[in-house]
Design a binder for this molecule. Structure first.
Ligand code: BG6
Length: 617
């Protein structure tokens, strides 16, 4: 790597607009060596960045600083290089942010795939109900576009949007193209790719309650001309949960959905999956009238996040960590999912949901399950989901007194975020002026099993907190303060591992080290793994992964019926404890702060304190 820097520097000062032309990483040639995943060179006036790639054999790569040209030569292997240039007011300098050489990859092995290899995807049709809604334009179509662009979609497929508004195929495509320009995670949108992708999109106008519309849909699918496009269908229900039952029934009547029949049909549903145990139960009952449990994909988009999936790899593919993962060494665990935003325009929804239903019932309990579950007997989806359910079932039930002692809720009042004044929750659109809905929740849970007995798990989430961050912090037991008491007083920091889920994704280990110098000063230092540095900025949207898994029929990343229902049991008990109890003064917090005082007290009772996640760089 030093070679590269020297070449650049030897070339003399690099000026804006000058052309840089050099071989990248000539040292790693030979064999299918992974080239550095991230190389960033900051030059006068431009930042050049190459992300995530593999070069094979005698490949090399050249690039120029002008006009974004990237000349690449890649005879074998796969190469994905993104190039971006942005104007910087920096003087001429060059820096390698991170680079990987052969010697750092002794095995030189490609990433091993966990679980069985994915079978080739069969041709299929995806039908989106509620296709004129926000989700389709913001998330679903951009996700399908990227899957298509990256050649991950089945060889033949169609996407049908089903909604009430009058539209033609062409007008729907035009609308989606405009949305893609806005919401695509890669920009600009590749026009050639879009043109081909758009050919797969058709629109079916109809009302969800009208049986005739489903026959029209059936005719459309038959019109695609092949059995797989008619029989292999993924139905994405981007509708109100109260409509799930009627859609499933109408699909069944139109001969489009079967428990056993030709091809495969699957239903994808989004949260909120019910608003309590009883409603979740009846939703499940409605859906399973016409589909088997295995045909239902309940999405929790947190499970589509790379870093959340990595929790299992981190725990079960590294003997050093799993050995520490128990009550003998771990003091407590903190799970923080904080958001820097208020409820915005979603006041109406939020008044019905609140932080507990909106975030804890699903995202936080899913993260907790992955952090604390036992190793599954295999990587089959059912084995993993069995362990998650076992974990959720071993969370100690809370009595009403426990709810008062172990759960804190909060609501933001007017405050300052990023230096700007913002309104309180009660002043938000569609929020009652005396609302008691919580915009913040913190819980102290115990898991009554052999591994975790006595270890508190603290969970917190809230709107209008100082940062948008999701992080799990596993704090180890403190050392006996004998040796270094004089140097650090009583403040020797306990070791901790933080799994940074987003943003600034990574994992760091915090331990104590000697401050260089003549004295014996001790202070916490950090060993850091950053996704960006290691793997480049390849971060597919959670939806891309989830949609792909739904098409492939792998249920691992979807929530099983018993998981949803067990999570509702936990949340229902807490809600029952809050019933008819208005918020007290100690439960309000100013927007832009880390939540109500009561939340600090919750940890202080056991001698703990919340750790603020590291801010994003
Ligand atoms: C959603 C909640 O499920 O998750 C939102 O309904 C929340 O209220 C969002 O903002 C957070 O997701 P992420 O991926 O931005 O952390």
């Amino acid at each position: 790597m030093r070679g590269v820097i020297q070449r650049l520097l030897r070339g003399g000062p690099v000026r804006t607009g000058s052309e840089i032309n050099f071989d990248v990483f000539p040292d790693v040639h030979g064999g299918d060596a992974p080239v550095p995943h991230l190389f960033e060179s900051v030059l006068d006036g431009f930042a050049l960045r190459i992300e995530h790639g593999f070069l094979g054999g005698n490949d090399n790569l050249r690039f120029h600083s002008r006009a974004g040209e990237v000349a690449k030569k890649s005879a074998t292997g796969r190469a994905i290089f993104d190039f971006c240039a942005r104007t910087l007011n920096l003087s001429a300098r060059c820096a390698i942010v991170w680079a990987m050489v052969d010697s750092e990859h002794p095995e030189g092995a490609p990433a091993s795939h966990i679980g069985t290899e994915r079978k080739a995807l069969e041709p299929c049709t995806i039908v989106i109900f509620g296709a004129s809604g926000d989700l389709t334009a913001r998330k679903l179509i951009p996700a399908f576009y990227h899957l298509y662009k990256e050649k991950l979609m089945p060889p033949v497929f169609r996407i049908v949007g089903f909604a009430r508004r009058e539209k033609t195929d062409d007008s729907w495509r035009t609308e989606l193209r405009a949305a893609l320009d806005q919401f695509s995670r890669t920009k600009p949108v590749n026009n050639a790719v879009w043109q081909k992708f758009a050919q797969t999109l058709s629109y079916c106008q109809g009302d969800i309650t009208d049986q005739a519309a489903y026959h029209k849909l059936e005719g459309m699918l038959t019109g695609f001309g092949t059995a797989p496009l008619r029989e292999n269908v993924l139905f994405y229900l981007a509708t109100l949960p109260s409509q799930f039952g009627i859609v499933a029934e109408n699909l069944h009547r139109a001969d489009l959905l079967h428990k056993n029949g030709a091809g495969w049909q699957r239903i994808v549903v989004e949260k909120p999956f019910g608003h309590d145990l009883a409603s979740a139960h009846s939703l499940n009952a409605e859906l399973t009238r016409f589909a088997n449990e295995q045909q239902i994909c309940r999405i929790d988009h947190y499970l589509g996040k790379e870093t959340v999936q990595n929790i299992l790899m981190f725990r079960f593919s590294n003997s050093i960590f799993e050995r520490l993962w128990n009550r003998n060494l771990i003091d407590h665990v903190q799970i923080t999912v904080s958001e820097k935003f208020g409820v915005g325009q979603r006041g109406g929804y939020y008044e019905e949901a609140g932080a507990l239903r909106d975030m804890v019932q699903n995202h936080l309990l899913q993260v907790l399950a992955l952090i604390a579950m036992e190793p599954p007997v295999s990587l089959e989806s059912e084995a993993i989901r069995d362990e998650k359910v076992k974990l959720l079932k071993s969370i100690r039930p809370l009595s009403p007194d426990d709810v008062a002692r172990q759960v804190v809720r909060g609501q933001y009042f007017a405050g300052t975020v990023d230096g700007k004044p913002v309104a309180g929750y009660r002043q938000e659109v569609k929020v009652k002026p005396d609302s008691n809905v919580e915009t913040y929740a913190a819980l102290k849970l115990f898991i009554d099993n052999w591994r975790w007995s006595g270890v508190p798990f603290y969970l917190r989430t809230g709107k209008y907190l100082p940062q948008s961050t999701s992080e799990v912090r596993v704090q180890f037991r403190p050392t006996p303060h004998v040796l270094f008491a004089a140097q650090s007083g009583l403040k020797l920091d306990p070791n901790a591992i933080a799994l940074r889920l987003q943003p600034n994704e990574g994992i760091y280990l915090r331990f104590n080290g000697k401050v260089p110098g003549m004295s014996l000063g001790v202070r916490p230092v950090r060993m850091n793994f950053s996704y960006d540095a290691e793997f480049g900025a390849y971060t597919p949207e959670a939806y891309e992964r989830l949609l792909l898994e739904a098409i492939a029929g792998d249920a691992t990343l979807f929530i099983r019926r018993d998981e949803v229902e067990t999570a509702w049991q936990i949340v229902d008990t807490i809600r029952a404890g809050w019933k008819d109890k208005p918020l007290t003064n100690r439960e309000f917090y100013a927007a832009g702060t880390w939540g109500p005082v009561a939340s600090d007290d919750l940890l202080a009772q056991s001698g703990h304190a919340w750790h603020e996640p590291l801010p994003a760089p």
